[in-house]
Each structure stands twice: as C-alpha cells, then as structure tokens.
Design a protein around this ligand. Structure first.
Ligand SMILES: [Zn+2]
Length: 470
C-alpha cells in the first residue's frame, strides 16, 4: 500500500484510488516565461515518481494532468503576489517578442528538460490561454453561489470569508492574514471587500496584451482559478492526488481548494502532496540570488542529465536538498558504474529476481517514496556475493522502471570503457601519461590525486598507467 504525506491532514495517508485501478493526479505545472530551473524540475519529478510507482508497483492506470501557465500569473518565485507587472508581459517586452511566442518557446524547453530527466509526459497539458471559457464558467458558478462578487473596477473577487475551512492546507487562518498598509489601501480601493479576498478575474488596463472580453469587462484570469478550472474539467469533481512545490501551499493551493470546493460543494482533492525546496550551494535557488542552475548547465559540465535525477533520489521529496557540484559528480559516477555493472550482469544467464530485495525495494517506495532507502538497498544488492549476476540484472532492470535512470542503456553494446570515466577524467589521464613520459613525477602524483578525487584509481604498470573506478 502506497503511503504519502498529505499536507492537509499533516500525516501519512494510504493512497487508494477512488476509481479502482485508476489513479488521477494533477501536478501544478510551469509558468512559461523563463527556463525551469532544476529546483522546479525536482518538483515535477515528484509527480513522475507517483506515476511510476502507481503504474509499476501497483498496476494502476494513472491519469496525469499538468497545466501550462501562459497567462495571468502575477507571482514571483516565492508565490507571493506582486502588485507590479505580469512577468509574461515583462519577458515579452524585454525580449521584444509576442507574449505567446515567448510562452511557446519556454513550454518547448520545459518539455525538453522533462524528457532529459526521464519525467514521463502528462496525458494532457492544458494551456491557461486555451481554457478561458472553462474559467469564465467556473467564475460564473462561484458568483451564482454567492462565493464571489464583482469589484468596482470590473475585477471579480473570491469572498474568502464565504469558505470557512480556508487555511486547512497551509495553517494560515484568515484572521491571521494581515495585509501591509500600502497593499490594503491599493487593493481595497478596487472594490475588494476584505484583505484576504483574491481576484478570480482581473480587470485589464487599456495598454495590456492578452485580454479577453467577459460580461464584467475586458480582463485576464487570476492564476489560482486556472488550476481549479482545469482539474475539475479533466479529472472530475474529486481526484486522488494534487502535487506541487512547497511554495504553492499558500496562497495558490489554499485559494484553489476554496474555489473548487465552493463550486462543487465538497472536498475535491483527496490528497495534497508537496515537494520541498532544492537549495543550491546552501541557498534557495532564485534568479535574484544568482544561483539558478538549469539542465543545460549540468550538461555543459559534462554530466549526464540523469545524474541530476539520481541526485534528487538521494533525498526524500519532502526534505530540503542542497545541490553542489561535488554531489552531482558523485551521482554521475554512481550512474555510470551502475550502467556498466548492469551491462556486465546482462551477459550472465537470466535468473529470477531475489524476492527479499524486491520486497525491500517495494516497501521503501511505498513508505512515502523513501528513495534514499531504495538506493541504499540497491548498493547492497550490487555488492551481495550471494546473489547471481543474472538475478541482479533482472532486479535492477525492473526497479529502473520506477527509478527512470536508463540503467540498461549499455546492455548489449560493445563496451566503450572510456565512456565510464567521469567528466574531465580522460583529459587528466592524458596529461598524466604525458607527465610520466616527461619524467615529471611531481606532476604525475598531483594528477593521480586529482583523479582519485573523481573516483578514478590509477595504477602504474609495465605497459603504462591503467585505471579502475572506485
Ligand atoms: Zn496550480
């Protein structure tokens, strides 16, 4: 039985799909006015793990919906709403392009990055700009049911006080949410009745691009209504799991829950599951901090992008992780070693998987996606002298359907030994051979040390230097 930590109930819950073998999952998707950094990708990996565990270990048929926010998102990296300009439009102006051109470009990049990390595609990627009718219909329902009102400026607001359980996900109670003075004065001036109310639909000034006509005037959607409209439309009035980054608990998911539940009159999302932050060199990854890492930075340094995926799996999704280049180098070495071992084991006759290891791997995944334990168990299996090579091969190949590390990539290929070397090691080996020819022993020793740091052990023999991976 799969158990996940449910943010709303604040405990682990058993995941039992409401519809038998069909698990329905909604994953909050990217805002496509910039590249997704690897911290965002870690969050998307959470959804992918749930999908893969469901399909491979529980034989569920998983339906995954992930939205593409290509309009109307006025929030910064921390999910706090900005009173300033829409970032999509800002990016369009900076890059001197049409906002939709920007959105499609970064959407394609997002899909490419997901593919590089073996994150399985969602069944559907609804775009906010193409779901305006769904949002308008939902806003009308909320107006009809008395949960929303039209402000004096043509914006439509959700009446937070009409939803008594507001705050259940984040623990932020309405009475505790006190606005800053400036914000209060600005926002309440537009006909907003209460500081915690939020815009479902925003009135647009004359200069703005990306606007739509509505009964209330020209405008554009708020961000939160997008996820309510899309999830209700694609997954129905209740669905099993909703994922997202921890930042999204408040206000995004709190507001989404209030909208969806108010529209249908009951709890829509059965389980809310949130992924923790990825830090880079000890600090939260953000453009303003200057420590943003992209998938292409990882590739430019010579690492396999799946080394990043393996690095993420060394932590549990609900724990903060700190990305360092050293840690990534370690993951890259382990990935290459495992691929090479799996190819080697594949040469032996196939033998049934070892039931004990299989059970331990299943249990670890089911225990709130305890991927660190999965990896420790695999390292143990790798070294276990009592298990036949053919059985190790079958077990690694099977569990890789969940891990998604392409561990069988080198099976059956003529073995290219140099491909096992970690990034930069081939060059160091060449320089060391040259130092030895020149009898520069000090340089050769220094290079040996450097190589040892990369996990490459160098031995000198009569035919020159040889190496092994530690
Ligand atoms: Zn969302």
């Amino acid at each position: 039985m799969l158990r996940l930590t449910d943010t709303r109930t604040r405990q682990q819950e058993e995941i039992r799909p409401e519809k038998g073998h069909r698990l329905r999952v909604y994953a909050c998707g990217p805002t496509v006015y910039r590249f997704q950094h690897v911290g965002n990708l870690r969050t998307f990996l959470l959804g992918d793990l749930i999908v893969r565990v469901g399909e491979t270990l529980h034989s569920w048929q998983v339906q995954l919906v992930q939205n593409i926010t290509d309009v109307g998102h006025l929030a910064d990296d921390t999910g706090i709403e900005l009173s300033g300009e829409d970032k999509m439009l800002l990016a369009a102006r900076e890059e001197n392009k049409d906002p939709f051109e920007i959105a499609r470009f970064y959407e394609a990049q997002f899909l490419e990055d997901c593919a590089a990390l073996n994150i399985k595609p969602a069944d559907v990627y609804p775009r906010a700009s193409e779901c305006i009718d769904l949002m308008l219909a939902l806003i009308q329902t909320l107006l009809d049911k008395g949960h929303a009102y039209v402000g004096t400026d043509g914006s439509v607001y959700f009446d937070a006080r009409s939803f008594p359980s507001y705050g259940a996900i984040s623990g932020n109670r309405l009475e505790d949410l006190r606005p800053g003075h400036r914000q209060a004065a600005e926002e309440l001036a537009d006909g907003k009745r209460f500081h915690a109310d939020w815009a479902l639909w925003k009135y647009a000034g004359a200069q703005r691009q990306m606007v739509w006509d509505t009964p209330w005037g020209k405008g554009f959607p708020g961000w939160h209504i997008e996820c309510s409209a899309m999830s209700l439309h694609h997954l129905g009035e209740t669905f099993d799991v909703h994922t997202g980054g921890i930042d999204l608990r408040f206000p995004h998911h709190e507001d989404e829950r209030a909208q969806s539940n108010s529209a249908v009159g009951h709890e829509v999302v059965r389980h809310w599951v949130h992924g923790e932050h990825l830090l880079a060199e000890g600090r939260k990854m953000a453009k303003s901090t200057g420590n943003v890492v992209l998938v292409r930075d990882v590739v430019d340094r010579g690492y396999d992008p799946l080394a990043l995926r393996l690095f993420f799996l060394t932590g549990r999704y609900r724990q903060q992780m700190n990305l360092t280049w050293d840690a990534l180098a370690g993951a890259d070495r382990r990935l290459r070693r495992w691929r090479s071992k799996v190819a080697e084991w594949a040469e032996s006759p196939s033998t049934a998987m070892c039931a004990d290891y299989v059970q331990r791997l299943r249990d670890a995944f089911d225990d709130d996606l305890d991927t660190p334990t999965v990896l420790v168990t695999l390292s143990e299996l790798e070294k276990d002298g009592d298990i036949p090579a053919g059985s190790k091969f079958e077990t690694f190949a099977w569990i890789d359907r969940v891990l998604g590390l392409d561990l069988v990539r080198d099976v059956g290929r003529p073995h290219d030994v140099a491909a096992d070397l970690p990034a930069g090691a081939a060059e160091l080996l060449q320089r060391r051979a040259a130092s030895r020819s020149a009898k520069d022993w000090a340089a050769a020793d220094a290079l040996r040390e450097q190589l040892a740091g990369l996990g490459v052990t160098v031995n000198d023999g009569p035919d020159g230097q040889t190496w092994t991976l530690g």
